[in-house]
Design a protein around this ligand. Structure first.
Ligand code: AMP
Length: 283
């Protein structure tokens, strides 16, 4: 695996590739786990060259403490990427990516309101800024994102269309451990006891999916929020349309209802989501 730390160098290298070679891109913040591995594996299977980036993007952290405690496991990450046959690791510095002060302004519409946008002001502006810059440097054929960060995936799709990036956005299902807990770099910061407890988040999402028939959306969301409040500090439990991200008042408001949750387990903020469609043609 080649490691690039400078955007002009990787950009020059990519220009030297044969025409027609496809480039898959997996942006990450490191502390890799099996959720990231699934994205890299898919990219390796679908493209000639796979680039994984590790860049802890300061612009998307609204709490300094969160940025300061973000796990760093660079050597283990490099070993894992080698094992996955990833071709390139791109690990630029903040100064490289943000060498100029200019920032775009974004009007995301309904997908940029509520949930993560509400509880992490500026977060999606930071995500959009870094992805826009990465796409301009790498011009990937395809880029792989997890459904674990579902609202982020919607933001990235919006950005790609708005700025006419030629990259195809590939959404990949959430990878969970056997208890149902969504894999996350933040799980590295959970104590053994918290880790065990954290699977209740998925259990609550599943309860929500299984009890759709008995309650209206807002009532059910409140029940789930209260269930989580026993052991967690939930910020939101929202049932929304998975495309517009608008909260549902009635089930007839959306053909694609999805439950979204953010909750603190100890000091660690976890997010997850689950489709509430139970038929065979589940999206
Ligand atoms: P992060 O390093 O947390 O910024 O995540 C990098 C990419 O991996 C994002 O597209 C995430 O949505 C994706 N990802 C993180 N956790 C998972 C998971 N458990 N399953 C699938 N994709 C994930």
């Amino acid at each position: 695996m080649q490691i690039f730390k400078s955007s002009p160098e990787i950009s020059d290298y990519l220009k030297s590739l044969h025409n027609g070679q496809t480039v898959g891109f997996v942006p990450t913040m490191g502390a890799l786990h099996s959720g990231h591995s699934a994205l890299v594996e898919r990219s390796v299977a679908e493209n000639d060259i796979t680039i994984c980036s590790i860049f802890v993007n300061p612009l998307q952290f609204n709490r300094k403490e969160d940025l300061d405690t973000y796990p760093d496991r660079m050597q283990a990450d490099i070993d894992l990427l080698e094992d996955l046959n990833c071709h390139i690791l791109f690990n630029p510095s903040k100064e490289d990516i943000y060498s100029d002060e200019s920032r775009l302004t974004y009007d995301f519409g309904s997908i940029g309101k509520g949930m993560e946008a509400e509880y992490r002001p500026g977060h999606f502006e930071g995500v959009a800024e870094v992805i826009h810059r990465f796409f301009n440097i790498l011009k990937p054929t395809r880029a792989y994102f997890g459904e674990k960060d579902y609202q982020q995936l919607a933001i990235v799709r919006w950005l790609t269309e708005k700025y006419a990036h030629s990259t195809e956005i590939v959404g990949c299902e959430t990878i969970r451990d056997k208890s149902g807990l969504a894999m996350s770099s933040r799980n590295y910061n959970l104590s053994a006891e918290e880790y065990e407890k954290a699977s209740d988040i998925f259990k609550t999402l599943s309860y929500c999916r299984d009890n759709k028939g008995s309650f209206q959306p807002q009532e059910l969301a409140k029940i789930c929020f209260d269930m989580l409040s026993v052991d967690f500090r939930p910020e939101y439990f929202t049932i929304a349309d998975q495309f517009t991200m608008e909260p549902l008042k009635e089930w007839t408001d959306s053909e694609y209802p999805r439950a979204f949750v953010a909750a603190y387990c100890g000091n660690v903020r976890l997010i997850d989501n689950l489709s509430l469609i139970t038929n065979k043609n589940e999206k």
